[in-house]
Write a protein that binds this ligand. Structure first.
Ligand code: C2G
Length: 447
């Protein structure tokens, strides 16, 4: 008798799960299915699991493919289950290809092709809150997005569009999703859009997505002109759609904890914010060569403006930019100085100058310090006048962190909650306005 084992969360049970179980059963004579517990999903960084464990077990049972159902509670369990149940074949979907090769010493490991299409008929009929994501732009950030999206229950990455079809096809093959050659085909196959194309194309893609009735999650900087940001938010509101700017820091738990403490009064009234983020970039990249939209501020400015706007708001009295430029005229290092009625702030970023990337928030009773990479906040300290009095805070930051914003986006869609306090429309509009002022000063206003 050939014994097969597979594992999964099986949340919002869909045809991808059904087809996986059917083929797993066909690999042998006896199929054991391990269903993950809530605690294990939390531990392995899977967010937003909706169905209760009992519901998920019942959904697996009702397929009729499982001869035995067990629960998966810990990360080392697969190894011991294989021995305990005398397993011949371990199988899982191909989105995990390579991930379980370590089990090959103990049994055969088979990766079954992931189901690319979750049909709209099924979603309509079962009323499942699964959002099929379409990605516009297939570069480096999109590559980070797909594995993160797999760890958020309730979304399924359906496909990608890039006017450079070759790039879309390569990307889709890598992630086992569809590639769409035309935008119309793309929009008709998906429910929500993630825009990860070059900065200057965001505005047009947002407009097109909204016009097709799609909710939008757009990479930073969402817009490079204030009026454009206002226009797309107005458009989204009129159509009852969610439009959210992606700045991963804004959605991560550690940064939100830090803001909560900063604003709680424990360091008194806040008078100064200094945020710095530098990342040495190789010559020849888009960031270092695009004469209109490249440079450090368009690339990293959103991160460093974020804590300033979060703490002092968008009503600054004065703003000043100072930059160091490279030979091609692009800013290699930029410092923005803000003046507010009750405080001052600097937001510094660089692609060609390395500095101490830290976030410092100073108040009348103490200060908060978060070292680099504070934009993925996992640890910060609160210091007071008495040098030996230090409060220390830690928080998790899972993977590349994009799962937090995907989860937030999904929450807003499912709860029809158009107001996102983690990054408000007003803050996104203010950032677009500052980008616009900067590009004007640099003499590269673009479209
Ligand atoms: N699956 C699939 N096609 C999809 C979605 C999922 O073939 N469109 C497969 C997955 O590859 C997995 C199974 O269905 O084999 C269950 O998927 P999930 O519930 O998302 O569980 P997962 O997070 O993949 O758990 O220990 C847990 C396992 O390692 C996998």
């Amino acid at each position: 008798m050939i014994k097969v084992i597979t594992y999964g969360t099986f949340d919002l049970f869909h045809e991808g799960h059904y087809r996986l179980l059917k083929r797993a059963k066909a690999l042998g004579d006896y199929l054991i299915v391990g269903v993950t517990t809530e605690a294990y999903d939390i531990a392995r960084g899977k967010l937003n699991v909706i169905d209760d464990l009992m519901v998920r077990i019942e959904n697996v049972r009702s397929t009729g493919f499982a001869d035995e159902i067990i629960i998966e509670e810990t990360s080392g369990q697969k190894f011991s289950d294989i021995k305990k149940y005398n397993i011949d074949i371990f199988t899982v979907g191909s989105d995990w290809t390579g991930g379980f090769d370590y089990l090959k010493d103990y049994c055969k490991v088979v990766y079954l092709e992931r189901t690319k299409n979750i049909s709209s008929t099924m979603l309509r009929e079962t009323n499942k809150p699964i959002q099929r994501i379409g990605i516009i732009g297939t570069g480096r950030i999109a590559d980070r997005f797909v594995p993160e999206a797999r760890l958020v229950s309730g979304v399924s990455t359906q496909g990608a569009y890039n006017p450079n079809t070759e790039s879309a096809v390569r990307f889709a093959a890598k992630w086992e999703i569809e590639a769409y050659k035309g935008l119309e085909d793309f929009f008709s196959a998906i429910d929500v859009v993630y825009i990860a194309s070059p900065h200057e194309t965001h505005y047009e893609y947002i407009k097109a997505s909204l016009a097709h009735g799609k909710h939008v999650l757009c990479e930073k900087p969402m817009a490079l002109k204030k009026a454009q940001a206002e226009e797309v938010f107005r458009e989204a509101k009129e159509r009852g759609l969610i439009l959210l700017e992606e700045i991963k820091t804004a959605y991560c738990p550690g940064f939100n904890k830090l803001l909560g403490i900063a604003c709680s009064g424990s360091i008194g009234s806040i008078r100064n914010v200094e945020a710095c983020f530098t990342k040495l970039e190789k010559p020849g990249t888009r960031e270092m060569t695009n004469q209109v939209y490249g440079g450090s501020f368009t690339e990293l400015g959103s991160y460093v403006m974020l804590p300033v706007l979060k703490i002092f708001g968008t009503a600054y009295q004065d703003l000043r930019f100072d930059s160091i430029h490279g030979e091609n005229g692009l800013d290699l290092f930029t410092k923005v100085s803000f003046v507010y009625p009750a405080g001052i702030a600097t937001a510094t970023c660089g692609l060609g100058v390395k500095s101490d990337g830290r976030l410092l928030i100073a108040g009348t009773k103490g200060y908060i310090i978060a070292e680099a990479p504070w934009w993925k906040t996992t640890y910060f300290e609160v210091h007071y006048e008495e040098a030996n009095r230090v409060d220390r805070y830690s928080e998790i930051f899972l993977g590349d962190g994009l799962r937090y914003e995907i989860s937030n986006f999904l929450y807003m869609i499912n709860k029809s909650n158009k107001d996102n306090f983690k990054l408000t429309r007003g803050e996104s509009v203010a950032m677009a306005g500052i980008m616009e002022k900067f590009l004007d000063q640099e003499g590269r206003s673009g479209q």
